[in-house]
Design a protein around this ligand. Structure first.
Ligand SMILES: Nc1ncnc2c1ncn2[C@@H]1O[C@H](COP(=O)(O)OP(=O)(O)OP(=O)(O)O)[C@@H](O)[C@H]1O
Ligand SMILES: [Mg+2]
Length: 368
């Protein structure tokens, strides 16, 4: 990772001290990367970790399964047995897996079997989820460890489709279990800042005052310089000062955009059979990055259109640095701006000053 050492250290320190944290911010700005980096530091300090990415967990049963599997996988011997059993599918357990599962059932309860036999949580998702949530503390206490629970894309819990069941009931259940789990510390991350704030700040919400927000700091220009020079040097490439300045300028501090343009520039250097990266190659890199993102930009545009009748107009105005409102009813324009913000596409920098977060998307919308 380039830069962000301060964010990673701070998060690791706070979580290591048992204080919950919420990492909220626009899309693709590095939340997951920072969360993971903090977790791997904590793992090195022998804390247990459980990492759930809700984008990859379709329903309540699989949520239960993921929690149980990851919790017990903190024990190395169990991790191997579980992995082997899961690879073998739902056939009868044998050998080390059978031994491990029998022992764990005695220690933790029959429900733990679901870790070894994918799919059985479907039979009774409520029971297995309740078991999983309580298992975090039980395993941590049994092994005399602290455990950090990282839930990425946490806003999915409150998503329209309610993938894990009634959001209110689930968040209340989680809160009440976690409150009594003194060995469990949570890191929740999400790309929909507004939704994340809605889950954690209103007084009537289950997670009210559960943990403080951590806002990612910008990546310093000096860090970008060092980091990019280092990345190119790994492949024997030298970047000219002009090219380096241009890369950083084009990326506008946005991690994903900067890295994509840098990577495409590197590909262009390889194609040109040169080890010197100059601004000419950065221009090629930018064009390739835009081409690489074309399909995704088209999809985002479709999505913007689906958010409301005027959202695309407003998004293009914001992209072009114009005011969102002229010619639209104030209410309509506000609604469009809010929808774009909730989708994690635009951010506010001062009153009435909105910006498209991803500079490549902004370029695409400007040129549309
Ligand atoms: N500090 C960094 N240095 C280099 N690359 C980074 C850095 N932070 C993020 N990236 C890259 O940018 C991309 C987006 O990062 P990441 O997935 O962490 O962001 P996110 O905020 O979690 O995104 P999303 O909103 O999609 O969940 C990834 O490809 C990642 O490798
Ligand atoms: Mg992420």
């Amino acid at each position: 990772m380039i830069g962000r050492d301060g964010d990673v250290s701070e998060l690791a320190r706070v979580l290591g001290n048992g204080v919950h944290r919420i990492l909220a911010g626009p899309r693709r700005t590095g939340k997951t990367s920072v969360g993971r980096a903090a977790l791997s530091r904590l793992r090195r300090r022998r804390l247990y970790v459980v990492e759930l990415d809700l984008f990859r967990i379709p329903n309540r049963a699989e949520l239960a399964e993921a929690i149980v599997v990851q919790t017990i996988a903190n024990r190395p011997v169990v991790r191997q047995a579980v992995a082997r059993a899961r690879r073998a599918g739902r056939a009868a357990l044998a050998g080390a897996a059978l031994t491990a599962s029998t022992r764990l059932k005695t220690e933790l309860g029959d429900e733990v079997e679901l870790a070894f036999k994918p799919g059985i949580a479907d039979r009774d998702p409520d029971r297995y989820l309740a078991f999983g949530l309580e298992l975090l503390q039980r395993v941590a206490a049994a092994d005399d460890r602290q455990l950090v629970l990282f839930i990425d894309e946490f806003q999915e819990i409150a998503g329209d489709r309610a993938p894990y069941g009634d959001p209110d009931a689930l968040t209340k259940q989680m809160r009440s279990v976690l409150q009594d789990s003194n060995r469990v510390t949570c890191l929740f991350a999400g790309s929909v800042e507004h939704l994340m704030r809605d889950l954690f700040t209103p007084r009537q919400r289950a997670f009210y005052q559960f943990g403080g927000f951590h806002a990612l700091g910008p990546i310093d220009v000096a860090d970008w310089r060092v980091g990019l020079v280092y990345r190119f040097a790994e492949d024997g490439c030298t970047v000219t000062p002009d090219a380096l300045a241009r890369l950083i300028e084009l990326g506008e501090g946005h991690p994903r955009a900067t890295m994509l343009v840098a990577q495409q520039t590197h590909d262009a250097a390889i194609a040109d059979d040169t080890l010197i990266v100059d601004s000419g190659l950065v221009a090629v890199g930018l064009a390739s990055a835009m081409a690489a993102d074309r399909v995704s930009h088209e999809l985002v545009t479709e999505r913007i259109r689906s958010l409301g009748r005027h959202t695309l107009v407003v998004a293009r105005r914001v992209a072009q640095g114009q005011r969102a409102y002229p010619g639209l009813e104030a209410k309509t324009a506000t609604r469009a701006v809010n929808a774009l913000r909730d989708a994690g596409l635009i951010e506010q920098h001062g009153r009435g000053d909105w910006q498209v977060t991803d500079p490549l998307l902004r370029r695409y919308l400007t040129e549309l």
